[in-house]
Design a binder for this molecule. Sequence first.
Ligand code: SAM
Length: 361
Amino acid sequence: MKPDGAAFPCARQRVSSRGPMPPLADTFGRPLRNLRLSVTDRCNLRCSYCMPEADYVWLPKPNVLTFEEIVRTVDAFVALGVDKLRLTGGEPLLRTDLPVLVRMLAERSALQELAMTTNGVLLAEHAAALRAAGLQRVTVSLDTLDGATFRMLARRDDLARVLAGLQAARAAGFTDIKLDTVVIAGVNDGELPALLDFARGIGAEVRFIEYMDVGGATNWSPQHVVSRTQMLERLRQSHGPIHEVPRTDSAPAERFELRDGTRFGIIASVTRPFCATCDRSRLTADGMWFTCLYATHGTDLRQLLRAGADDAALRARLTEVWHGRADRGAEVRAALPDRHALAEAASLRQNPHLEMHTRGG
Ligand code: SAM
């Protein structure tokens, strides 16, 4: 881990009325740059790697931040160096009037990237409005191209709607579409070549994600993980030589290229944690701020906002927390001798903030 900000050439220079300021850095020199904003904890799928339980404890509706509260909070983050914002959930398209929020956020000129991760089920209905409102990029979760596997994995019969959503996104003008595939041994690992071909066919880039032991993944076990090495081996067998694309940023995906120029990514959070360059944090729909996907405690920004804190106080709190950040959750998990699911269903019901679908993937 590098102890200074020099490891992050992409970190944007912050500017105050008194001139340039160094990027806000945590205890390992990692900048505050990338915010994932969960706009709802509700989801219309029940993916086995994320929401395998029969029922859930939801965030109380009155606690969910209003658009005005979200934008005020985002402004504080942006003032401290955040320039990439991703809307997520839960399923973000379940949030009423999402294009209105997108338009408000798109007015923040310091944001270099405004993106969304969605399961795509409702994308056909909303793609055009989101694009018109200023959303720049979409990532669609797509774990399988097989209807029966989809039904089994997501416990809903919605593959056709996801595929229609992808088509609608392209028709609406989204060009840089990514597909996210969580790879699970014995479930969809046989589909890697087909998913790669499908992505190529629609001009998208697929990222294969190692199945993570995050909160909510109560069925997780090491046997279900397909490692980066195994994925590359399978894809070499089907598609020939694969070259690694040199990294240019701190994004979690390592990128690879086939002989014909087709690119894909692998997010190897389990076998190759990338804590050393992690510049992301997560804000839940009710305003709890987590500085690591595996963190057990967050910072309650809703309480601060609703207690009347002014912008300076909000920024001061964010600065204090980020300065003290020492999380390296995925590395800590990787070092465990006996690794199993992070939390049991009972503790997740007691503390829904531990859930991936609450925290925002
Ligand atoms: N509903 C949206 C969707 O499906 O994309 C956004 C929220 S979902 C929690 C975001 C991402 O979390 C999914 O694309 C999936 O990649 C990731 N995710 C959830 N559980 C995971 C797990 N156990 N391992 C790896 N990735 C996971």
